[in-house]
Write a new protein. Structure first.
Length: 417
């Protein structure tokens, strides 16, 4: 049964010959429409299996005479993706769902494709291996509103498995008058079905982090999913930061930090005010603040701007979150992150500057700045540079060091107050 929002009754003939009934795609918003039918089937002695990507909660009430046995299937993690794609036959079955990939790609290229797509597909193996990225992006954007408001997102802080899209399998089995499960109704999944793939009995035991007995929680399967959901959820910086940290979801916390930068820029554009970073050791002038979507940045920069104009970029641009037009010779790109590591996509930045140069706009001095939360003292690493940059000077008049472009990056912190 595809458990959509339109609940339909099964015919008598359907249940007469059923050994087991599976309800697929159940969500918190559709569960109540189907729960009565699930109970009725279980009471006739037919095991019912409910499959959901959310941690749906079966309330008591008229269901308390029915046993619910939960089993959670953890999402794929990056190390599992990388290991699977080491196999040539496996890679040959899915490479065409990765941008510019070929069947003969070496391991380094495969790993790069997986890492690149992980931001979009995240913990969903179906998205990673069975759908092209443009389809995934469209589907996530379309369904972002279904995740609910900030209250439902905060509810996820009570769950340990909210980092990814987790399939939940719940078997509903009727008990007899003595409170015992009849022998013919097997627990799902049956242990003998698992022993063939387990190397030890311990492999069959669920981890503590795989259990969730709280109310239904949204599953943010990727950085893109988190960003799209947060776009449509009005909330304060503080609430988003607290939710992100409680979930250990760096995409949410990073989005909160972007909003904090936006707030600080708006405050700093008044006369005599500055954007203050790194406990006051860095003060950057702000004459005006402009806002645009990622695809509109180039056109916005082609127009004249007064010194110390800031452009804050909404959405996912790919390489930076804000631009500081210091003067007609100096330009600063700012990347905000709450993660322990971040990509360094100089190829995007170089293409961006080349396009502007062809339009007659040239800057001789360029700075790239990473801004992190002031209260985050974890070690941070910038990943190996992707691409290269043409000849620019830094703000200290030194040439950009090209042996390792990361040596040119400036670091700053932003407070939450």
């Amino acid at each position: 049964v595809k458990a959509t929002q339109r609940a339909v009754s099964l015919s008598q003939s359907d249940t007469d010959f059923a050994d087991i009934v599976v309800f697929d795609g159940v969500r918190a918003t559709t569960l109540e429409q189907w729960r009565g039918l699930m109970n009725d089937l279980a009471r006739t002695g037919i095991p019912v299996v409910v499959v959901s990507s959310e941690g749906v909660f079966f309330h008591a009430g008229d269901s308390q005479d029915i046993i619910s046995l939960g089993h959670f299937v953890p999402s794929w993690i990056m190390s599992e993706y990388l290991e699977a794609c080491r196999d040539d036959q496996f890679w040959g079955s899915c490479y065409y769902h990765f941008n510019d990939a070929s069947q003969n790609d070496n391991l380094g290229v495969r790993n790069g494709a997986l890492i690149e797509k992980f931001e979009t597909a995240g913990h969903s193996a179906r998205f990673m291996f069975r759908k092209p990225e443009r389809w995934i992006t469209a589907e996530i954007k379309q369904k972002a509103l279904a995740m609910g408001g900030i209250d439902s997102l905060e509810a996820a802080t009570r769950a340990d498995r909210s980092a990814g899209a987790v399939n939940t399998i719940v078997a509903r089995i009727q008990t007899d008058k003595n409170g015992l499960t009849p022998d013919q109704q097997a627990v799902f999944p049956a242990e003998e079905d698992l022993t063939n793939v387990a190397t030890s009995r311990q492999d069959l035991d669920l981890l503590d982090t795989e259990w969730d007995n709280e109310d239904s929680s949204p599953r943010l399967l990727s950085a893109l999913a988190a960003a799209e959901v947060l776009k449509v959820i009005p909330s304060s910086v503080e609430r988003l930061r607290n939710v992100g940290r409680a979930l250990e979801n760096q995409a949410i916390e990073g989005y909160a930090l972007e909003l904090q930068l936006k707030k600080k820029l708006n405050e700093a554009k008044h006369p005599g005010q500055y954007l203050v970073l790194s406990h006051g050791s860095i003060s950057l002038a702000v004459s005006s603040v402009l806002f645009c979507e990622g695809g509109d940045v180039l056109e916005m920069l082609k127009t004249h701007h007064d010194p110390d104009t800031w452009i804050f970029i909404a959405g996912r641009q790919g390489a930076f979150d804000a631009i500081h037009v210091v003067s007609n010779t100096h330009i600063r790109f700012v990347q905000v992150t709450a993660g322990k590591r971040h990509s360094f996509k100089l190829d995007i930045l170089d293409g961006f500057m080349t396009t502007l140069g062809m339009a007659g706009l040239t800057w001789s001095h360029l700075e790239f700045m990473i801004v992190r939360p002031e209260d985050d003292h974890r070690p941070f690493s910038l990943l190996t540079t992707r691409g290269r940059l043409q000849n620019y000077r830094r703000f200290d008049e030194e040439q950009w060091h090209r042996a390792d472009y990361r040596d040119n990056v400036q670091y700053a912190t932003l407070d939450w107050d």
